[in-house]
Design a protein around this ligand. Sequence first.
Ligand SMILES: [Zn+2]
Length: 465
Amino acid sequence: MPSPPSSPTKSTDGSESNSSTYELRKCPSHTAKYLEMKPQSKRSNSNENELKRQDESKATKRQNNTNETKATKKVRLRLTVSEEDKANKRARKSTKMISSSEFDEVYYKTFGHKLSLAEADNQRGTPNDQDKECFEKARSKAEKKTTVKLPNNNETAEIPKITKISFGNYLIDTWYIAPYPEEYSQNDVLYICEYCMKYMKSSFIAKRHQKKCAAKHPPGDEIYRDDKISIFEVDGRKNKMYCQNLCLMAKMFLDHKTLYYDVEPFLFYIMTEADERGYHFVGYFSKEKRSSMNYNVSCILTMPIYQRKGYGQFLIDFSYLLSKKENKAGTPERPLSDLGLLSYRSYWKTTVFKELKQQKGPISIEVEISNHTGLTPDDIISTLETNQMLNHDASTNTYSILINPQIIENHLTYVDQKNYIQVNSTKLTWTPFVLSQDRLAHLLGENPKLTIKNVDDESMDIDID
Ligand SMILES: [Zn+2]
């Protein structure tokens, strides 16, 4: 019930306020009824009869009024909603519905009046020659349309929109689709700054960026320099944006790559070639800061423009150089891309052959070859197997290595002739970033298990000399 202007409880407190209450009672709205009920109990007897009479007369007046309005209302009802009208209305409605439903049926049956009713008849089960002809016509028409649309079709998500990247002075064809933000995937060419890895939509923005970009080399520390070749170590935690952008670009050349955004647990080793303009990006490999599986490479890429120059082998050799510095054997994370597997097989073969050539006496895979090269015993065995150098004696159940010096010599001469750049271990200025649990325990002179428990993630990231 809506609250009246002055509350009825208030009016019950004192008789002085009665007059104002009565004025309110005169209000023709239905709230007045509520008001008039309350003060009755508190009224003085002398006034009561008079007031009662007034009330009664007013009440009868009101009743008459309401009766009158009710009567008029009744008349009105009779006028507007007569049964005849209702019936007519119903009839009109039903005829309208029928016609619209009929219309819909024809419309959908004839594919929006594209077919005649005879053509749209689907009672027949098997298509006749005319139907087949129609189908062939429609198919050839559709095929023509799609072949025309394909090269510039920027609307379908399945078709790679970015087919080239403008990188440094090169325009490079991409191999796979990378999940760049939608607004950057609308054009055929994506512009990437080779120094800071920022990606841009147009050549205009790229040129403007080129003028403004202060970077002339990757971020992070330069840990290796030999003539014009440098390697920078970039921390995924400290240079998150650079590493994310790098991963996105790498996806366009790597099939299996799934890491784009969670770059913090990784270190990135960027290989560059320097000239008077700056340090040009050649390739990179990423490595987990702490790998439980002893992976020394997570992703590895040489830009297509620098392939067939031995830079891939250089990066692999460099990753093993770091593993040797860490005093442990390493292996790349699986699965490897087809190109990656070929590069690794070639590298393992050359490395194992070099090691075997130097050996004069008995040799142990685990002690000599693995320690000297940084290769895991598994990788060494698989290399020996692929080159048919592992012999199994079934009677004694022992394995032996078959060495043919001529084959080894031939392979090493072939590799030397390529004259690829080699890693010079003396040029490396680096201390292992992540200490192995055992080594940390050894340095601290503590029980390894207790040390692992007490060392948190952040403190493990600190270099210890
Ligand atoms: Zn830049």
